[in-house]
Design a binder for this molecule. Structure first.
Ligand SMILES: [Zn+2]
Length: 557
């Protein structure tokens, strides 16, 4: 068979964000690995032809069978992985029975276990030999031979879909995931296991990473696979590191080279670079909505002007809901807020007493129903004209989480300058520099303005996160927990006019920094474990688990 360059398939737009500017990184046997300039996705471009890919897969199969120790190790690993996946799926889904589909089921290792655990199983597999083996090994399960789109499965049939080490082989991940969504029941769960290009093994060995090879067409990291899942109509997305799992291809190469090599637990841990995704099919709104959260406490001078500006504000292609959380002000803000109670686009939440800004924002987040969330203070320090620029990366899928930076780019003179209070300005700016450096060092970031109020993110980012900070330390908590969940914040410069303390700035200059330090240390030590939270939600009761924000009062103000 002859392969000319014409056989290769060129990718015209990024699988994640549809961007078209690609950076060349390096080549794998005359195929280029490129990075999308907009969202950072790595992929092969051009992709090998269908014939070339089929040839590679045949080669792999015959090698494995000739080499007995390799064959044995590989089946062992597969069985271990299957057991682990099944247990994790149970934790996320909360139920042990129903209809389960595995796409790319091979000779049925996972399906056999799933069948034994009580699932009614269906497998889809492209290799005819593997299909035959799987059919022989299963008791009642069904195997469909071919690619997913060729098998024409009926819509809304399955409670669970499992895709293990497959999404990186798929030509168009978004099209593939939409097809999966079609065959899942409403509320159905999708599980994906795939190598992570931001695992530390990948970052350490860079382009020698064993996953860089011709049959792997796309190299996802935690952030951009979440974005594709979001775009395909999945929500309640969480990622778990696949620590217990082996990097399958690495073992394969290793055992080929050292046939008597024993796979020790330590070795397993070191070469594990997989990640696991869990998400649900949910009903999607006809048009996406932005939830603007406005915490308001003693802001009577600016509140009405802000509300009028917000109600006039239009963001192209987005509906807007405004959630005002009024914390029982004493200066007339409550009366001003009550005027908007009946407004169709406004949800008014009245707190019986002020419990801190962080607490008010958390209350607002729980009431939000939009696809995207923006937090807007009731003062006018920030400019509503910036909304469009901040939301653009979310809407196009270039980012999940955007920070409006007051100190970015050409805006250096936008640092705090309170007229006639030079000493205070200096102190506040030093504090800003100190805490920024501290956050960047502790959490491996390169942020310029982590304290900005302008945080815009997909609401789904909050799924299975618990919050407990009530004051300004909530800003850190939100930022750090989102980073911990695998999202990379993107900073964009915004217009900003600083208020002085006389004008009503509510940061308490000596007490709050101490709360922040305490919060940062606590957050650095805390383990963010969304799966644990999902487990708790499943135990709490039936029904689709919603956004979870804890109501623990850790530091009453
Ligand atoms: Zn992209």
């Amino acid at each position: 068979m002859e392969h000319t360059t014409n056989d290769k398939q060129t990718v015209k737009s990024c699988h994640v964000c549809q961007g078209a500017r690609f950076y060349y990184l390096f080549s794998i046997s005359d195929h280029r690995v490129v990075r999308c300039d907009d969202c950072g996705l790595l992929f092969l471009n051009p992709q090998p032809s269908d014939d070339k890919l089929a040839e590679i897969h045949r080669g792999d199969d015959s090698h494995d069978r000739e080499n007995e120790p390799l064959h044995r190790t590989v089946s062992e690993i597969k069985r271990d992985a299957a057991k682990f996946y099944l247990a994790e799926i149970h934790r996320y889904h909360g139920r042990l029975n129903g209809r389960l589909l595995e796409v790319g089921c091979g000779n049925g290792d996972f399906l056999i276990l799933a069948e034994a655990a009580g699932w009614q199983v269906t497998g889809v597999e492209a290799s005819k030999t593997a299909c035959q083996q799987a059919r022989q090994r299963l008791k009642n399960g069904t195997i469909r031979c071919g690619e997913l789109h060729e098998t024409r499965l009926p819509s809304e049939q399955f409670d669970i879909c499992v895709i293990s080490d497959l999404i990186d082989h798929v030509r168009s991940p978004l099209v593939f995931l939409k097809e999966i969504r079609r065959v899942l029941r409403p509320g159905g769960v999708l599980f994906i296991a795939t190598p992570s290009s931001d695992s530390w093994s990948a970052r350490l060995i860079r382009h020698d990473w064993t996953e860089f090879k011709l049959e792997h067409l796309t190299y996802f990291d935690r952030a951009n696979l979440q974005t594709v899942l979001f775009a395909a109509g999945f929500r309640d997305i969480i990622v778990q590191p696949g620590w217990k799992l082996l990097n399958f291809d690495y073992i394969r190469q290793h055992v080929r080279r050292f046939p008597k090599y024993v796979v020790t637990p330590l070795f397993r841990r070191i070469v594990a670079s997989n990640m696991m995704f869990f998400c649900r099919k949910v009903a999607l709104p006809l048009s996406p909505t932005l939830s603007v959260i406005v915490p308001a406490f003693n802001e009577v001078k600016t509140f009405a002007a802000l509300m009028e500006a917000l109600l006039r504000k239009e963001v192209p292609n987005l509906q807007m809901e405004i959630i005002v959380v009024e914390s029982n002000s004493t200066d007339g803000t409550r009366e001003a807020a009550l005027k908007y109670q009946a407004h169709a686009r406004v949800k008014l939440i009245l707190e019986d007493q002020p419990r801190g800004k962080g607490r008010a924002v958390r209350t607002g987040l729980q009431a939000a129903t939009g696809d995207f969330v923006l937090i807007q203070d009731a003062d006018l320090e920030y400019d509503l004209e910036d909304y469009d620029a901040l939301l653009e990366p979310l809407v196009t899928g270039r980012a999940a989480f955007v920070l409006g930076s007051r100190h970015g780019g050409r805006n250096v003179w936008k640092m705090r300058q309170f007229t006639g209070q030079h000493g205070l300005s200096l102190f506040v700016n030093f504090g800003h520099w100190f805490f920024t450096t501290l956050i960047n060092t502790l959490f491996f970031q390169r942020l310029r303005d982590p304290f900005t109020m302008f945080k815009v993110f997909r609401r789904d980012c909050l799924y299975a996160l618990e919050f407990e900070c009530n004051r300004f330390d909530f800003d850190f908590e939100l930022l750090i927990k989102l980073i911990g969940k695998g999202y990379r914040p993107v900073e964009l410069p915004v217009n900003y006019r600083s208020r002085s303390f006389k004008e009503g700035k509510k940061v308490r200059i000596f007490r709050d920094p101490i709360t922040w330090l305490r919060a940062l240390v606590k957050l650095r030590l805390a383990k963010i474990d969304p799966m644990k939270v999902v487990g708790k939600m499943n135990e709490a009761g039936p029904g689709r688990p919603g956004l979870k924000t804890s109501t623990v009062d850790s530091n009453k103000s």
